[in-house]
Ligand binder design. Structure first.
Ligand SMILES: [Zn+2]
Length: 644
């Protein structure tokens, strides 16, 4: 690790302190979360830089894989540095670098453009302006989503060109400061293309110049943006424009969509009908659309599936409902507040995926699709237990953007948190997060999410986050029950994984006599017993009836009394596992015999814990044994087989 690395960790910790100096219980001293110390992965040449303005002026032809142009920067270093390192793949050759009319010296290594300071040190806190001229064929980066792509679409094979820089792909097509932690206050994009094409871009379209068979689209964006959110798409497009009023406010959102000519008949009605309720829902839940003075929009691309939440204009591989919601949701979660490192990517993706469920809940077809979303998302999250939502290895795009963990598990965990702390705390907490002056138009970690949800709910969510976000796997519960009169006796325990309690609220519903009752168990530790008054005769008990808990299907068993011989036992080497009935007397006795009637083990059974593991004092041979349980005057005997 070089010196730069140490400086940067220091800088980011300072930023965290600045942001959360007022909440020492979150970030302070020894209480700092163990995972937060290494949450930011930075390159050794990270620049402590604040970008006031970046203006990218490029010439493109969607039929040709090539780029040429310049980027102009106005920025400030927060620390003096002997050289500036700008991310740029060596496949793109820098022609010259100018500051005013002064030519600057430069060099390129495989992934960077280096600008040594003319006087030995680029000074801190003074404004630097320079332009980089460059050209070349953008490389094909296998570790990405195709940073710079061309394709053809439609019956006439119309060329399309688009960019998609997340997570490490800016450098594949422009000289950028792509490390997370840097944002640009304003971004201008001028794209010169053959006449007949249009180019989507960020912010507002200022003008279109026409000269010599080519047109230049001038976009200006005046909201803070991390460079990976700059995207463009060039093709023959039909444009749909609408102004969407937001009920309950004076806001209207200007929407501008660039759609393939062959898809307008399908896409335009969907954009007109489906987008307004989504915008309304998210404005109601999380505050006004972030880019209210500019626009929202879509630009169609030919990526196989999926899209990208480019600032104010999402790139769309399809007009799928979920994709439309997902990319819109990112304008709040991902764009207005961005993950502070790729380890925290769920702060972007988990939210955008979960927010689809907030629209499916009742906007589309009266909520018909919501149970399906819950079921399928949980199924995907439960496919295998390995890996955590918090990304341990951010080198590979496939690991950062794990469908199962970053999207499905993370979104289902948010869905579960909604049940855990309740809707009003969930949405109040997230509104506070979204509007926090230190985080808005900045960066956030997993711990920020936890802090705001804890503040809103008054609950300690450390255990929940440790298990579900930082940890791997998910639990499996067992619920045993017995009704005696109007008393429902419940015994809940975590079957798997052993020794790692997933403490959370668990929903159970009792059905009977045409009635039902919802019960919420505050599950902590490894097992617990509850008595609930139920005013009807129970026919059945269902665990998690509305699909809110990230757990494997629970084992639900109705227990009868000891008299009916209903207790469960099994032998596993020298460990006797017991599931006891509810009606055990104090000082119940347990006896284990072999088939010759020899007493091998005897003890009192404490009645308060219905699930017990008893370690026997002797090692048993494989074979058959008899277990006798005596409680008061009642007695029951079980045959146990110890397998080879
Ligand atoms: Zn996304």
């Amino acid at each position: 690790m070089g010196k730069g690395f140490i400086i940067i960790i220091g800088l980011l910790q300072l930023m965290a302190w600045k942001a959360y100096g007022q909440v020492p219980e979150l970030m302070g001293g020894c209480k700092m979360h163990p995972h937060s110390q290494n949450r930011v992965a930075v390159s050794a040449d990270f620049n402590p830089v604040r970008i006031f303005k970046q203006h990218l002026s490029i010439a493109l032809d969607p039929a040709v894989r090539h780029i040429s142009g310049q980027v102009h920067y106005r920025l400030q270093l927060t620390e003096a540095r002997p050289q500036l390192a700008i991310d740029l793949d060596a496949a793109l050759q820098v022609d010259s670098v100018w500051s005013g009319n002064q030519s600057l010296s430069f060099s390129q290594n495989p992934l960077q453009l280096l600008l040594p300071a003319p006087n030995g040190l680029w000074p801190a806190d003074s404004t630097l302006e320079f332009s980089v001229q460059y050209a070349g064929i953008p490389p094909v980066n296998p570790n990405g989503f195709g940073s710079f792509m061309t394709a053809k679409h439609g019956p006439d094979s119309v060329p399309v060109l688009w960019t998609l820089s997340q997570p490490y792909g800016c450098r594949d097509w422009w000289p950028a400061f792509q490390t997370l932690g840097i944002r640009a206050d304003s971004t201008w994009l001028s794209v010169n293309i053959p006449i007949g094409y249009r180019s989507g871009g960020p912010g507002l379209l200022q003008r279109i110049d026409t000269l010599g068979g080519r047109v230049t689209y001038h976009w200006q964006h005046h909201y803070s943006m991390p460079p990976y959110l700059l995207g463009l798409a060039v093709s023959e497009y039909e444009v749909l424009e609408q102004r969407i009023p937001i009920a309950g406010s004076t806001d209207t959102v200007f929407v501008q969509d660039y759609v393939y000519l062959e898809d307008t008949a399908y896409a335009f009605p969907r954009l007109r009908e489906l987008l307004p309720p989504m915008l309304q829902r998210f404005s109601d839940l999380f505050g006004p659309y972030p880019y209210l003075t500019e626009k929202y929009g879509h630009m169609q691309i030919s990526i196989f599936s999926g899209g990208m939440e480019h600032s104010t204009m999402s790139s769309m591989g399809s007009w799928d409902y979920s994709l439309m919601v997902h990319e819109l949701a990112h304008q709040w979660f991902g764009n207005k507040i961005t993950c502070a490192s790729w380890r925290d990517i769920w702060v972007n993706e988990g939210f955008a995926t979960w927010m689809v469920s907030l629209c499916l809940e009742d906007l589309l077809d009266n909520g018909f699709w919501w149970p399906g979303w819950k079921h399928l998302t949980r199924l995907s999250a439960l496919r295998v237990p390995e890996g955590s939502i918090f990304v341990r290895d951010t080198a590979l795009t496939t690991t950062i953007f794990s469908q199962r963990l970053t999207y499905h598990k993370a979104s289902f965990v948010l869905h579960g948190l909604r049940y855990q702390i309740g809707d009003s705390a969930m949405f109040a907490g997230l509104r506070s997060y979204m509007n926090d002056p230190q985080l808005s138009w900045g960066f956030a970690t997993t711990e920020h999410i936890r802090y705001f949800l804890e503040q809103a709910s008054g609950q300690d969510l450390r255990g929940y986050f440790d298990r579900y976000i930082y940890g791997a796997g998910y639990p499996r519960y067992q619920v045993n029950w017995q009704q005696q009169g109007n008393q429902l006796k419940l015994h809940t325990r975590q079957l798997l994984p052993q020794g790692l309690p997933f403490a959370q609220k668990l929903p159970i519903r009792a059905y009977g006599d045409g009635d039902s009752l919802d019960i919420h168990i505050d599950f902590r530790g490894s097992q617990r017993s509850d008595v609930v008054i139920v005013p009807f005769t129970i026919d059945s008990l269902v665990f998690d009836p509305d699909i809110f808990v990230l757990s494997e299907p629970a084992v639900v068993q109705r227990l009868s009394s000891l008299q009916q011989g209903n207790f469960f036992a099994s032998l596993n080497n020298d460990v006797l596992q017991l599931q006891l009935p509810f009606d055990l007397q104090p000082n119940a006795e347990l006896r284990l015999y072999d088939l010759q009637g020899r007493l091998l083990h005897w003890q009192f059974v404490p009645a308060e814990q219905l699930y017990q593991e008893i370690r026997l004092t002797q090692w048993l041979q494989p074979g058959m044994y008899l277990l006798q349980l005596q409680s008061g005057n009642e007695q029951a005997t079980k045959k146990l087989i110890l397998a080879q």
